[in-house]
Design a protein around this ligand. Structure first.
Ligand code: NAD
Length: 261
């Protein structure tokens, strides 16, 4: 229970990687502020289930990460209700796939708002409290696409490269305040975000999802294996530990050898 007494806010934690990270932090004793979209009843079941399973306090904010004022209000609510935001995981994200000339401007705007600007607004709101308390861990979920590109993902790749850059700036600015700021750069993780891409590709190509899983993995990664949300949760817990106290400003790949090639 290395994180007992700490409070973690994880955006986009009603699903996928965010949920894996929230579970891993709660398993170490951290109180949680959950966030993300979904069915209200299912989210309440999730919230109550995490609280019961790990014996921690768990709140939920429905803040929309495309709305700066809602992000600030969510951080303020966590500080007021749970006492602090010691660990901030900026994870919420969306995807859209099309060539630049066909890429809808509205999709560009929402990916930049949710995947990039929300990370800035979140850090801006959380850093003052972390500085006051002299301890903080900020973990931004970037991507292998924060380090290298793929076609048809212009907004996503731009946003994720931006997240890696912003992580470095925040790390330097807070280096002597007991705060570390790092970016996790996953390769393929089998979550709803990727399942949709697999289904769309299978439809487009007249194949099936099992075939596309093999294609996705072997096209990009050395390992023909998905990373799991639990493994990313384990890396997040490590980044919160004393062993990781001088790791800051780093993009950390967990990608089956994607960017090694
Ligand atoms: P997911 O679709 O399973 O989960 C996304 C979460 O973000 C959900 O909880 C959703 O409700 C929330 N969300 C979306 N829009 C939101 C908004 N406007 N406000 C608040 N919450 C919102 O996806 P995932 O694969 O778990 O992705 C999580 C993060 O990991 C994203 O930033 C994604 O880019 C990144 N990532 C994913 C992969 C992968 O292979 N799945 C790889 C690298 C990086």
């Amino acid at each position: 229970m290395s994180l007992k007494g700490k409070v973690a806010l994880v955006t986009g934690s009603t699903s996928g990687i965010g949920l894996g990270i929230a579970r891993a932090l709660a398993a170490e004793g951290a109180d949680l502020m959950l966030n993300g979209f979904g069915d209200a009843g299912a989210i309440e079941t999730l919230r109550a289930g995490l609280a019961a399973e790990f014996g921690v306090r768990v709140l939920y904010s429905g803040a929309d990460m495309s709305k700066p004022e809602q992000i600030a209000a969510m951080v303020a609510e966590a500080e007021a209700q749970l006492g602090a935001v010691d660990i901030q995981v900026n994870n919420a994200g969306i995807q859209f796939v099309a060539n630049i000339e066909d890429f809808p401007t509205a999709k560009w705007d929402s990916i930049i708002a949710i995947n990039l600007s929300a990370v800035f607004h979140g850090m801006k709101a959380a850093i003052p409290g972390m500085k006051k308390r002299g301890w903080g861990r900020i973990i931004n979920i970037a991507s292998a696409h924060g380090l290298v590109a793929s076609p048809q993902k212009v907004a996503y790749v731009a946003a994720k490269h931006g997240v890696v850059g912003m992580t470095k700036v925040a790390a330097i600015e807070t280096a002597n305040d007991g705060i570390t700021v790092n970016a996790i750069c996953p390769g393929w993780v089998l979550t709803p975000l990727v399942e949709k891409q697999l289904e769309d590709k299978a439809k487009q190509q007249g194949t099936d999802v099992a075939h596309e899983k093999h294609e996705f993995l072997t096209e990009k990664q050395a390992m023909e294996k998905f990373t799991t949300p639990e493994q990313i949760g384990g890396l997040a817990v490590f980044l919160c530990s004393e062993s990781a106290a001088t790791i800051t400003g780093a993009p950390l790949s967990i990608d089956g050898g994607w960017v090694a090639q």
